[in-house]
Ligand binder design. Structure first.
Ligand SMILES: [Zn+2]
Length: 558
């Protein structure tokens, strides 16, 4: 597959290998005059039904087959759903250069160090004012606001017009860090305009505007002033600005900060290294020193805001954390909002905390402890109004979010035929006067399980599902010259409890024996015999128990 043969010379090819119809594994590809520009290489965290899968990455087949035409990988910001796929992409395709900015560079470097032996290309650190030329194409950057520092939208200037990829953004008039360069966007609009906009759709279903980070900082300050005991506060380890606000509220209120949870410790290290987290000396203390202070002098900054069972907060709540145990007069603050699917785990932790008479504060009408990094409808409409694109591709969102974003654009006067809703793999061809779908490239989910890339397929996942729901039953048959020599051995894991199921096990043994003997007479091969014993046993067990464990028949020839 090579789009080069499909695209006409004046056509720009635009497609995503991840990020359309989902929130995660953002990977966008732009093909301009035979050159391939990639924006972001993210991972997605697996759903609960993907048992044992660590991450999901896109199918990189197209990039592997066309690697000689790849110019570079441009990173908008350092979130996992934008950089997490980099090591796996590098293992499969040659990427000449990675362009990233600020804290994203540190996060990528840390990530690459975890993958030993990886041949990584040079990371070029871009600044807001930098421009990179690739013959007739020029790439430049527009600083926007998000929930991590150094988030840049990317402008690709082509002979046919400007493409603007927003990355993740919200409109924040009082950001914690530098202001967004909305003026730059206005300038692009004035000079040639925006031919095609790709814009973040994550919060397209949410009316109004996303609250400013600063408002949350003030609210956290206020909450801290009124708490007398220990504060345990959980947030996303990637939200460096929030971490800084928590550190600041702590020292302003005479508290030391101890960090718990591996990802939070790493984020704190990178935050301090890059200067985004600043605190007077000795404010950040090792968690071993918590005991040296009074409860009102302590803030514990913790992972686990999504109720993850292995994270620090969950362990603190259930009393199994090595150093910290929740106690009465503690206050636990969730500086986060639940990602869909995680509410149950969070409720479980809150319940545990209530049992220990711990005060719990969550984001909601009573307290503002969190704001999203993604723009709500007003923010998205402002982006559309400033850039006034000729063509528009809503990106970064599930299908209904993309559709709602499209409606917003149409309500502002965009022609419906100029807005394209796409799925991963759909290829759009864009010229100065047309946008249309022209075909598909391979795109799909690839599972990362331990060190294996894609070695765990959907068949394995189905097997794990069967094992997790109904367990395993194995029968071992000892055979000499085709004759069964012993009563078959029955082994069960997760299906029946062997010790208390003697009668049933005897029945299984008898059934297996007769199944083998009746089928053997028909002269089947060993393989076929095995299959027959397994299927007949399956039916027998289903009849008896209404359950379908995984059944394995093994023949041992004596
Ligand atoms: Zn992000």
């Amino acid at each position: 597959m090579n789009l080069n043969t499909v695209l006409k010379t004046d056509e720009i090819g635009i497609f995503a290998l991840g990020g359309l119809g989902e929130v995660g594994k953002n990977t966008y590809v732009f093909e301009i005059n035979n050159k391939i520009f990639i924006i972001d290489a993210g991972i997605m965290f697996p759903d609960h039904y993907l048992l044992g899968i660590d991450y999901v990455i896109p199918n990189y087949q197209y990039l592997i087959e066309n690697e000689s035409r790849i110019v570079g990988l441009f990173i908008t910001h350092g979130h996992e759903d934008h950089i997490g796929g980099i090591p796996y992409l590098l293992k499969q395709a040659k990427i000449p250069k990675i362009y990233a900015s600020g804290i994203a560079v540190d996060l990528i470097e840390h990530k690459l160090m975890e993958h030993k032996g990886l041949q990584a290309p040079r990371i070029i650190e871009y600044k807001a004012h930098h421009k990179f030329r690739f013959d007739e194409v020029e790439v430049s950057f527009v600083r926007l606001n998000h929930s991590i520092p150094d988030m840049f939208g990317i402008v690709i200037k082509t002979p046919h017009g400007n493409i603007f990829h927003t990355g993740d953004f919200k409109i924040d008039y009082t950001p914690v860090g530098p202001h967004a360069e909305l003026d730059k966007l206005a300038k692009i609009r004035a000079k040639g305009g925006v031919l095609c906009l790709l814009s973040d759709s994550t919060n397209a279903l949410i009316p109004g505007s996303t609250p400013s980070e600063k408002a949350i900082g003030e609210s956290i300050d206020e909450i801290f002033q009124n708490i007398k005991g220990r504060i345990i506060i959980a947030t996303f380890a990637s939200n460096i600005y929030r971490m800084q606000q928590i550190v600041r509220a702590s020292y302003l209120n005479g508290r030391k900060v101890a960090v718990v949870g591996r990802s939070m410790e790493k984020a704190m290290e990178i935050g301090i290294e890059t200067g985004y987290i600043r605190a007077p000396k000795n404010v950040i203390i090792p968690s071993e020193e918590i005991e040296h202070y009074e409860p009102h002098q302590i803030t514990i900054l913790s992972t686990g805001s999504q109720g993850e069972p292995m994270a620090a907060l969950s362990r603190i709540a259930s009393g199994v954390h090595r150093q910290i145990k929740a106690q009465p007069n503690d206050t636990v603050i969730f500086s986060s909002s639940p990602i869909p699917g995680n509410q149950e785990g969070i409720n479980r932790i809150i319940d545990l905390l209530y049992r220990k008479n711990v005060e719990v504060i969550i984001n909601g009408p009573v307290a503002d402890t969190h704001t999203s990094g993604h723009g709500a409808q007003n923010d998205l409409m402002l982006m559309l109004a400033i850039t006034k694109p000729k063509f528009f591709i809503p990106m970064h969102g599930e299908h209904r979010m993309l559709k709602e974003h499209r409606e917003l654009a149409i309500s502002m006067g965009m022609k419906p035929e100029n807005v394209l809703i796409m799925d991963n793999g759909d290829v759009a061809a864009v010229t100065s006067d047309k946008i249309k779908l022209i075909g598909k490239v391979p795109a799909g989910d690839v599972y990362i399980d331990g060190l294996g890339i894609g070695s765990t397929g959907s068949k394995l996942i189905r097997e794990r599902k069967v094992l997790s729901e109904d367990g395993l039953l194995s029968v071992i048959l000892s055979i000499e010259n085709g004759e069964l020599k012993r009563i078959p051995t029955v082994v069960s894991r997760g299906f029946i409890y062997m010790k208390s199921s003697e009668t049933f096990i005897n029945e299984i043994q008898e059934f297996t024996q007769s199944s083998y003997n009746t089928n053997k007479i028909k002269g089947f091969s060993e393989e076929k015999l095995k299959n027959l014993v397994e299927t007949e046993l399956q039916d027998y067990i289903y009849e008896a128990t209404q359950r379908k464990p995984m059944i394995i028949a093994s023949f041992i020839t004596i």
